[in-house]
Design a protein around this ligand. Structure first.
Ligand code: SF4
Length: 457
C-alpha cells in the first residue's frame, strides 16, 4: 500500500516523486481552498536561522536577507528553543513539522534537540538537510527518529552549492545512508565524484529547478507564466502531499510558504498571534481570495506548484463520471469502461467517504475530492464525529451504511485493511480505497483526459 496521494504512472512514480519534490524544501503540499478555519496549524515548516551558508546558486538568499532585515537590522536570526516550544503549541499534534525552510536547519545548534523534542511531543518530522553543521553528536540524537520524510541535499560537481567536504562530513553521510531511510537525494548539478559511490543512485532525484514562484532571478530558470482561473497549491513531496505549510522565521514571522523568499505574503507572527487570528488576518484572506480571483497577483499565480482546479485528478474524474451518467440513459450506448471505479461511481446512488483522519483533513476538500467523487455522505469509527456535519456532509457510523442502498464507499485512510474487513463484516461490499482510485486514474490518465470511456456498439 502506498502511503499517500500521488498522480503519476506507476513506472514514473519514483522519478516523478523525486522531481516534483525537488523544490519543495520539505514543506509538503496542500491545496488551498481551505474549507474551514482551524484552531491550530496542520503543518509548519521552520527556518531555524536566517542566512544560509550553503549559499546555493539556485536559492534567492540575498532577496530573503534584504527583505528580512529591511525594517529592522536587529531581528532575531536564530530560533531559540523556548520560542520553538511556544510555537509547537500552535500546531496540532500528529501534524508535520518540517525542518527545512530557507536555510540549512543545522546552522541552528539546537536543531537536533528540537527534532527530538517535537517527535516526543507527537509530531511527524520531516527534514531536508545538507548535513552542513550537523555533528556526530547531532546524528546520534536523531538517528532513531522515524522521519516522515528525510531529504538529503548532496554536493554537486559544479559547486552550485557550497559544501565543505571534510572527513567528518563523509563519515556522517555514510552513517546516515546506512541507518536512516532517505526519501531522495537532492543535488543542484552533477553529483560530486567524492560522494557518488556513497549514495544509492535509485534515490537520486536528478536536477529539477523551479524559479521559486518568480523569486529567483536566473536566466536559466525561466519564470512560470501567470496562471488564470481558480487555482490550488499542489506543492509537496509524495510523503507530505496535503501538508501545505507556511514557513516561520526565527522571530515568529510567518510567510506563505517555502517559495516566499521575497516575503510577499507575511501572514502574521506565530509567537505573538494565534493561528486563528492569523487566518482571519488581511494577508491570509488576500491570499485565499487570490486563489480564485484571476486578477490577483499572489505568488501562487507564478508558482510551478499551483494547478488550475479543472486540471486536478478529482475534477477530471468528475467529468468522466458525468459523461457516463449522461450516456447511460441513451439508447444504443454501452459502456466500454476500462476504469471500473468510474463505472461504479456513475451507477451508485450514494458515495460515502470512510475515514476522517489526517489524510482526509489534508486532502479531501483541498483537492476537490468532495466534488470530484460527488460525495454525499461521510463515515467514521470515531463516535464523536458520528451525527455531525462537515461542510454540509453528514457523518454516519459504519453500521448505518447498511441503510443506504447502492452506496459506494471510498476508504480514505493510509492503511485500509482493517476498514476493508469491517465493511465486509457489515456486508458492505461496494468499496474502493482512494489509492486504488489513484492507481486506476494513473493507468487510465490518457483515457480520462480524452474522455474515451464510451463507444457506440
Ligand atoms: S506559492 Fe502558492 S502554489 Fe506555490 S508553493 Fe506557495 S502556496 Fe503553493
Amino acid at each position: 500500500m502506498k502511503s499517500n496521494l500521488q498522480f503519476e504512472s506507476t513506472e514514473n512514480r519514483t522519478k516523478q516523486k523525486i522531481l516534483s519534490s525537488e523544490n519543495n524544501r520539505g514543506g509538503g503540499k496542500m491545496s488551498l481552498s481551505i474549507p474551514c478555519q482551524t484552531p491550530k496549524l496542520h503543518a509548519l515548516e521552520l527556518s531555524l536561522t536566517i542566512g544560509c551558508r550553503v549559499d546555493c546558486l539556485y536559492c534567492p538568499q540575498k532577496l530573503l536577507l534584504s527583505k528580512y532585515y529591511s525594517a529592522d537590522k536587529n531581528r532575531k536570526s536564530t530560533l531559540s528553543f523556548d520560542d520553538f516550544k511556544k510555537v509547537l503549541d500552535k500546531v496540532e499534534r500528529n501534524s508535520s513539522i518540517s525542518f527545512a525552510g530557507m536555510s540549512e536547519p543545522f546552522h541552528n545548534p539546537y536543531c537536533a534537540d528540537m527534532i527530538v523534542y517535537a517527535y516526543q511531543q507527537g509530531y511527524k518530522i520531516s527534514l531536508l538537510t545538507t548535513l552542513v553543521d550537523m555533528t556526530m553528536e547531532d546524528y546520534q540524537k536523531i538517528k532513531d527518529i522515524p522521519f516522515e520524510s528525510f531529504v538529503l541535499h548532496i554536493p554537486d560537481e559544479e559547486q552550485h552549492s557550497r559544501f565543505s567536504i571534510t572527513d567528518e562530513y563523509l563519515e556522517l553521510l555514510k552513517q546516515i545512508n546506512k541507518n536512516i531511510k532517505i526519501d531522495y537525494y537532492s543535488c543542484h548539478g552533477n553529483v560530486h565524484p567524492v560522494v557518488k559511490n556513497l549514495i544509492d543512485p535509485e534515490m537520486y532525484a536528478g536536477i529539477s529547478l523551479g524559479n521559486r514562484a518568480g523569486n529567483l532571478d536566473l536566466e536559466e530558470v525561466p519564470v512560470t507564466a501567470a496562471k488564470t482561473g481558480s487555482i490550488v497549491c499542489y506543492h509537496g513531496s509524495e510523503k507530505q502531499i496535503g501538508g501545505w505549510a507556511p514557513v516561520m522565521f526565527p522571530d515568529g514571522t510567518l510567510v506563505l510558504c517555502c517559495q516566499d523568499y521575497g516575503m510577499k505574503h507575511v501572514l502574521g507572527n506565530l509567537l505573538e498571534e494565534s493561528w486563528e487570528e492569523i487566518q482571519a488576518g488581511k494577508e491570509f484572506q488576500h491570499f485565499i481570495e487570490g486563489l480564485t480571483a484571476d486578477s490577483s497577483d499572489i505568488l501562487c499565480r507564478t508558482c510551478c506548484d499551483s494547478r488550475n482546479v479543472e486540471e486536478l485528478p478529482s475534477m477530471q474524474i468528475k467529468r468522466s463520471v458525468d459523461m457516463i451518467k449522461e450516456q447511460l440513459n441513451k439508447d444504443n450506448y454501452t459502456a466500454s469502461i476500462s476504469s471500473n471505479f468510474i463505472w461504479k461511481l456513475a451507477r451508485c446512488r450514494h458515495v460515502c467517504v470512510f475515514g476522517l483522519g489526517k489524510l482526509f483533513r489534508d486532502h479531501f476538500f483541498q483537492e476537490y475530492w468532495h466534488q470530484g467523487l460527488n460525495v454525499s455522505l461521510l463515515a467514521d469509527n470515531n463516535q464523536e464525529m458520528q451525527g455531525k456535519y462537515i461542510e454540509g456532509l453528514l457523518c454516519v457510523s459504519p453500521e448505518q451504511l447498511k441503510e443506504y442502498p447502492d452506496v459506494m464507499v471510498i476508504i480514505f485512510v493510509k492503511d485500509s485493511d482493517k476498514i476493508e474487513q469491517q465493511l465486509k463484516n457489515l456486508g458492505v461490499m461496494n468499496y474502493i480505497t482512494i489509492f486504488q482510485i489513484i492507481d486506476e486514474y494513473n493507468k487510465e490518465k490518457q483515457s480520462v483526459s480524452k474522455n474515451l470511456f464510451l463507444k457506440r456498439d
